[in-house]
Design a binder for this molecule. Structure first.
Ligand SMILES: Cc1ncc(COP(=O)(O)O)c(C=O)c1O
Length: 441
């Protein structure tokens, strides 16, 4: 018997599929779910299926889905496999209250501030940055100013965009040495480098090259002063690659003061692999032209039906790239934001700062170890970069792996060994890592 749409909706129970808190029919509620204590770090650790054979110190690289996220993915996968058309048609193009993208954006706003309508959903940081730089209306002769320290994805997004729009780009060093940098030095160097034709500044909140965290708010405030003397078309826009601060630092996005914020949510936010966001204020989205047709907003599609283009300024959901996605992953983003909210943004950030702070304190005491991340918690977050005299970064990583410790080597021209403590790590693991690094020396 073919199932009518009505039958489907009655039998599946959309609320059970889409509701974050309701386990789907047929999925047993695991004891670890029912006994999850968000204020107990050991209980938080039980939410991850991380192999107990290793000390995992590269959590920032790509997420291990925590239990609520795994369960949500499974719920959506089951619903899509049972009814691909009805589930996706309803979740994507159904009544406004059924649209899953709206739920995701609402959950993002509840966790990180701003309004749901200010979030675009992306597959990762790289795509978010590319959508921003490719979409910004920069005039020939204007420039994008960035730093020497940013990720390949950031620099390539700028290079590819400027190749097309005829703008130029320039990279400067924000500090002499990452470990001893000061907020004044960073802000001072950046502001000093601004030229009359500088239209965009692109920075990284927490650097995966050195672990340094930039004072984004102070940078934004200094740029605002310069913008006071500029006309709207020349106003400097601040773009932030925020991926290693988002979920690691206790900061609401609107408080950062930047114009555009791009981040993958598959690192510190613990959302499904292949997910991310771009956030900007309503009026800032107007500065962007969308690059990929959106399936989330009905506006461009309805305009297209009439042989037209959507009217009015660009909105966040026009910029969310369309085409069909792995919806069980995209929709489960909301469950990750709920999980983070249960734990608490501040508590998670304090835990990350505490564990990484202890590790840095230990590292500076080990002879022949050079710490490249500032010891000051205000200038760092959850990534620690270091060198051991006489060993390459990869050699350090290989040797640690032989002791069942998973570290990583930074993917930059000058590579450092990196360890990172996240909410799934413990004080004991800090000690184990320090002992192993000490023994390598
Ligand atoms: C600073 C920084 N930006 C961007 C990226 C790329 O992130 P994604 O995989 O979300 O595109 C990375 C990768 O880890 C990174 O370290």
């Amino acid at each position: 018997m073919s199932m009518t749409r009505r039958n489907f909706l009655l039998s599946t129970g959309w609320a059970a599929v889409a509701g974050a808190a309701v386990p789907a029919t047929g999925l047993s509620a695991d004891p670890a779910t029912t006994t999850f204590k968000p204020d107990d770090w050991r209980s938080v650790r039980t939410q991850f299926n991380l192999s107990p054979d290793y000390v995992h110190l590269a959590g920032f690289y790509i997420v291990s889905h925590p239990r609520p996220v795994r369960e949500a993915i499974e719920r959506y996968r089951k619903a899509i496999d049972e009814n691909p058309f009805l589930t996706v048609d309803r979740g994507m193009f159904g009544k406004p209250e059924d649209r899953m993208a709206t739920r995701v954006c609402e959950a993002a706003a509840a966790y990180s501030g701003g309004k749901a309508g200010e979030y675009a959903i992306t597959p990762n940081t790289t795509t978010g940055l590319a959508l921003i730089y490719n979409g910004l209306m920069i005039r020939h002769g204007q420039e994008i100013l960035t730093s020497e320290h940013d990720h390949y994805s950031h620099h390539e997004s700028i290079r590819l965009a400027t190749q097309k729009n005829g703008a130029s780009w320039r990279r400067i060093a924000l500090f002499e040495q990452s470990s001893t940098a000061t907020e004044d030095e960073i802000v001072g160097r950046l502001i000093e480098a601004i030229q009359p034709n500088t239209r965009v500044i692109g920075v990284t909140w927490v650097h995966s090259s050195s672990g340094i965290r930039l004072p984004v708010r102070k940078i934004a405030d200094a740029i605002r002063e310069i913008n006071r003397k500029r006309d709207e078309p020349d106003r400097i826009l601040l773009v932030v690659d925020g991926v290693h601060g988002y979920g690691a630092v206790d900061e609401a996005l609107p408080d950062l003061g930047c114009d555009f914020f791009a981040a993958g949510t598959h690192k510190w936010i613990l959302a499904p692999r292949g997910t991310g966001i771009v956030w900007a204020r309503d009026y800032v989205w107007a500065q962007i032209r969308p690059t990929v047709p959106s399936f989330i907003s009905p506006d461009p599609y309805e305009a297209w039906l009439k042989g037209d283009a959507p009217r009015g300024p660009t909105q966040a959901d026009w910029v969310s790239p369309g085409g069909f996605f792995a919806y069980e992953y995209q929709w489960a983003m909301a469950d990750a934001f709920h999980f983070q909210k249960q734990i608490g943004r501040r508590r998670a950030a304090e835990r990350i700062a505490e564990l990484n702070g202890l590790c840095k304190e230990g590292l500076v005491k080990i002879p022949h170890v050079t710490l490249h991340t500032p010891p000051d918690g205000r200038l760092s977050a959850g990534i620690i970069c270091f060198e051991i005299a006489g060993l390459t970064a990869q050699a350090v990583v290989d040797k640690l792996l032989r002791r069942d410790i998973i570290a990583s080597a930074s993917p930059y021209a000058k590579s450092y060994a990196r360890v990172s403590f996240s909410i799934m790590n413990s004080h004991e693991e800090v000690e184990v890592a320090l002992r192993a690094i000490h023994d390598l020396v």
